[in-house]
Design a binder for this molecule. Structure first.
Ligand code: MN
Ligand code: MN
Length: 348
């Protein structure tokens, strides 16, 4: 470095005022986050909410949804699991994660500041025992959010919650779907039950809420392939984990946009899509999965779709000794939120 450059850096940065920036791209973020001081909110203080969003509990406030762009909703429910239970504790574990955001360096957004976002609390369940009542409770809340014009982003809960959510959001027309998971979750009824986490996307197609031809499933693997006939019969696009690996992220993103198109779409992210090396805290782990970085790039690549809702499901914190699973889930929630923030900001 020559002396002239050093002198100019010194002049500009040696006595920088607290919370100041010369860079036009960062200036807005700095001014928003620091808000005229040299202090930022501490990531570990206050009452834990999703992504540190303000809390506006829907269960106690009828006006909670007013003027919201995005409603973050906890769905503490796991009556649909086929293996290890515990996803009912997922929302609490994801709320406890601190320091996700505030800036999204790819989309260049401050999602929690650029649009109106709130943690609207958890779905209030009437019964801790009834699968049918719980499904109806989920559908009712998501219908209410959809009517308000806010985009709901759910944190489960096991994957069976996606069926009542899709029923609510796809009531007037079937939705497209980006589904990232180790499992297709298009199984039929087993042992007298159809509202289990191995079948929400079959049920959603049969209910007329999901368009199988605008559905892509990515990361599929494990020993349950023999249960996914419905994915093929209905015309879903299935990308197994090894097919995704050889195709690569950019071509997969292209495929997502080809399949889903411009119509309304839902993004469903099962944390077991990630390799158990990254996300062990889940009920049905499968070796040979995506890396967290690949998954983040895929969700970022969904920007530009007409996203009407999404979820992050299957975090079971009792198998998550490092909290890495909850950390990854909170990050995926932030990626979903950033896609919506980018779209809503552009629409203004
Ligand atoms: Mn799943
Ligand atoms: Mn799964």
């Amino acid at each position: 470095m020559d002396r002239k450059k050093l002198a100019s850096l010194r002049e500009k940065y040696a006595n920088t005022a607290p919370g100041a920036s010369h860079h036009p791209k960062f200036k807005r973020a700095i001014e928003t986050i620091f808000a005229g001081t040299d202090r930022r909110p501490k990531p570990y203080e206050g009452v834990a909410t999703f992504l540190d969003a303000p809390l506006r509990q829907l269960a106690s406030s009828p006006s909670a949804l007013a003027d919201l762009d995005v409603a973050l909703v906890g769905v503490p429910y796991d009556l649909g699991v086929t293996n290890r239970p515990g996803a009912r504790l997922g929302p609490r574990a994801v709320r406890a994660v601190e320091r996700i955001g505030p800036y999204h360096h790819v989309h260049e957004t401050l999602p929690l500041h650029d649009i109106a976002v709130a943690d609207v609390g958890d779905v209030p369940f009437r019964s801790r025992y009834s699968i049918e009542d719980s499904n109806a409770d989920i559908e009712a809340i998501f219908s209410k959010i959809a009517e308000s014009g806010a985009v709901p982003l759910a944190v489960g809960g096991d994957h069976s919650i996606s069926f009542p959510i899709l029923k609510a959001l796809g009531a007037s027309r079937p939705l497209g779907l980006v589904h990232i998971d180790a499992h297709c979750d298009t199984g039929g009824p087993f042992e007298g039950a159809k509202f289990h986490h191995g079948g929400p996307f079959r049920q959603a197609v049969l209910a007329g809420a999901l368009d199988p031809e605008r559905t892509i499933q990515i990361g599929i693997r494990g020993g349950a392939e023999y249960l996914w006939e419905f994915s093929y019969a209905s015309g879903m696009t299935v990308l197994h984990a090894e097919e995704f690996a050889s195709l690569g992220v950019p071509k997969t993103i292209k495929k997502i946009h080809e399949v889903v198109g411009k119509g309304p779409a839902y993004i469903s992210f099962d944390i077991d899509s990630l390799d158990p090396a990254f996300a062990p805290g889940t009920g049905t782990p499968e070796a040979g999965g995506l890396t967290t970085r690949e998954a983040m790039e895929l969700v970022r690549g969904c920007a530009g779709l007409n996203i009407v809702g999404g979820d992050v499901v299957e975090v079971a914190p009792q198998y998550d000794a490092t909290t890495n699973t909850a950390q990854a889930a909170a990050q995926m929630l932030f990626e979903l939120l950033a896609d919506v923030a980018l779209a809503r900001r552009k629409a203004r």
